[in-house]
Design a protein around this ligand. Structure first.
Ligand SMILES: [Zn+2]
Length: 99
C-alpha cells in the first residue's frame, strides 16, 4: 500500500483506488492533504499490467473464445487490475516524468 512521503501515513486500499481516478497528476493525501505523486517505477509497473489487455486479444482469437467468455474475462481482468493497483503504487513528494 502507498505511504505518504510527507506524513508517513499508509493509505487504505479504498482511499488509493478513489484517489487514483483523478485527472490531476497530484494525489492529495487523505491524512495531511499534501499533494503526492506516483513514482516513475510505480508507473512502469502499472503500465505493464495495462499491456495484458491488448495481449489478450490474439490469445482470445487463438482459443476461439466465445463472446460470453470475452464478456466475463475482460471485466474480471479490469477488476483484478484495479484491485492490484494500490499494492503497486508508490508515492513521492515530487512529480517524476516517464521520459
Ligand atoms: Zn500525508
Amino acid at each position: 500500500m502507498p505511504t505518504c512521503k510527507h506524513c508517513g501515513t499508509q493509505w487504505a486500499w479504498w482511499q488509493t483506488v478513489k484517489r487514483s481516478f483523478t485527472i490531476s497528476p497530484g494525489l492529495p493525501c487523505p491524512h495531511c492533504e499534501k499533494e503526492q505523486f506516483v513514482t516513475k517505477r510505480s508507473k512502469k509497473k502499472t503500465a505493464m499490467i495495462s499491456f495484458i489487455f491488448p495481449i489478450m486479444i490474439p490469445i482470445m482469437s487463438i482459443i476461439q473464445a466465445s463472446i460470453w467468455t470475452i464478456l466475463i474475462v475482460y471485466p474480471s481482468m479490469f477488476i483484478l487490475a484495479i484491485s492490484l493497483y494500490p499494492f503497486l503504487m508508490e508515492l513521492s513528494n515530487e512529480e517524476e516524468f516517464m521520459f
